[in-house]
Design a protein around this ligand. Sequence first.
Ligand code: SIN
Ligand code: FE2
Length: 226
Amino acid sequence: MTSSPTRQRLGSCAWLMRGFAVAQAPALLAALQAILARAPLRHMVTPGGQRMSVAMSNCGALGWTSDRGGYRYRADDPLHDRPWPAMPAAFQQLAGDAARAAGFDGFEPDACLINRYLPGNRLSLHQDRDERHFGHPIVSLSLGLPAVFLFGGAARGDRAARVLLEHGDVVVWGGADRLRFHGVLPLKDSQAGRQDDLLAAPGATGDSGHELLRGCRINLTFRKAG
Ligand code: SIN
Ligand code: FE2
């Protein structure tokens, strides 16, 4: 285990836990690589017909999808109508541990959305509201290049805090903060040197998983959707 991560409050029920998953990242990335071999990253289309710049996939019983018909969770990957890859135990463990550390006991996600950002990619302000109910928190893990996360309020126009998310950081929001608007500013590509340092970080084992992070950021968002 690494030393105890620092917890930073982002709201009454929202926490940033810096470095929370740094030690587990190599194992998580190895599992992620196997998932993406079966359910490749793809650019979904918004209901309005726009191609999303962030490439996405899923694992778990349910996967978040978008197409001209709307946003929804599906049990099957629409690329080939087969179930999404199962959520690895290491993902479940990490999500449950992070939720508990933020004050949410018993979190058992059934959906993990995988977001891959290349330089210039962004995610506009939105609420996570396609889940069946909002009694469970959102657990969001950042890997790879740093990004600026926007954490807004209950209304789209509310002022949003800018939070730098780095490799291994976890954000958890639930309860009164569950429906806060959030998004990601365009990813910068000026971090090449830093990324090299990150790849060589002590504790890294193997290299196959880390290939996934070269020149990009990957975010895993865990939810109880069904
Ligand atoms: C999301 O809101 O689904 C992803 C947020 C992030 O990439 O940090
Ligand atoms: Fe979101």
